[in-house]
Write a protein that binds this ligand. Structure first.
Ligand code: SF4
Length: 248
């Protein structure tokens, strides 16, 4: 899997390095259950999308190689990222997330519908802790751990500029701790800080070389339709991330 360590003193990753990692991720077949599920969904399709060719593969991260903020989700949606090939693209969760990113100056447009829709992000990269769509949105612990090295490699590449990680939901929050130890060599605190909307863990690194972790309720329909997560709440988290990342 290659070296995990890249110090802040090293030059920023090139877009080509990240693109090469994305291509490797897109070809991964390490989890038999998830490979079978993502491909079955891609073959059967949802009626509304029956004329489209589904991606049906792992969904890599999206956003620039010099990102200062990483938005970390759980996994691609079966008929969203697994259909379009771009994370949070083509589903209701993405509608909420990208509208907020556009309002807060992190995206050039408020919608994300397909890989060729012209969307570009500024200062932020989006990735999932598990790269394949899981049945019922629930990866097993083994699948979570099998996929973790992809996140570790991505964070290693982003490390020179990365300053804040936004964990969308408790799954992503807990996925960060092994990344912290593997990539940064920082032992996670015991007990681990609890996830919550607005929860903030700052590693006490005054140089800012180890990213802060900021919690947000996930942008799932379950949260946004019920008002548990409102657009204003999401905007606040993104603005706080901008501030922590030194963008404002
Ligand atoms: S979930 Fe991750 S490790 Fe498993 S097959 Fe998909 S990309 Fe590979």
């Amino acid at each position: 899997m290659g070296p995990y360590r890249r110090t802040a003193a090293q030059p920023a990753v090139t877009a080509a390095e990240l693109a090469a990692l994305d291509a490797q991720i897109s070809a991964c077949r390490a989890c038999p259950r998830l490979v079978a599920w993502r491909e079955e969904v891609a073959a059967v399709k949802r009626a509304a999308f029956r004329d489209q060719e589904y991606w049906g593969r792992p969904v890599p991260g999206f956003g620039p190689a010099d990102a200062r903020i990483l938005v970390l989700g759980l996994a691609p949606a079966a008929h969203g990222g697994n259909r379009t090939g771009r994370i949070f693209t083509g589903d209701r969760s993405g509608d909420v997330l990208f509208a907020a990113m556009h309002r807060t100056g992190l995206a050039n447009q408020p919608t994300s519908v397909s890989r060729d829709d012209g969307l570009t992000l500024r200062h932020v990269r989006i990735a999932a802790a598990v790269r394949c769509a899981p049945p019922d949105n629930k990866p097993t612990p083994v699948e979570r751990d099998t996929c973790a090295p992809w996140l570790h490699r991505e964070v290693t590449l982003l490390r020179p500029t990365l300053r804040v990680v936004i964990a969308l939901g408790a799954f992503a929050w807990s996925a960060w701790w092994p990344t912290l130890s593997t990539v940064y060599g920082v032992r996670p605190p015991v007990p681990r800080p609890a996830f919550g909307h607005g929860a903030l863990f700052r590693p006490g690194d005054t140089a800012g070389a180890v990213p802060a972790l900021l919690g947000s309720y996930h942008v799932s329909q379950q949260n946004t339709f019920t008002g548990r997560l409102t657009p204003a709440m999401l905007d606040d988290v993104l603005r706080q991330a901008r501030e922590l990342a030194g963008l404002d």
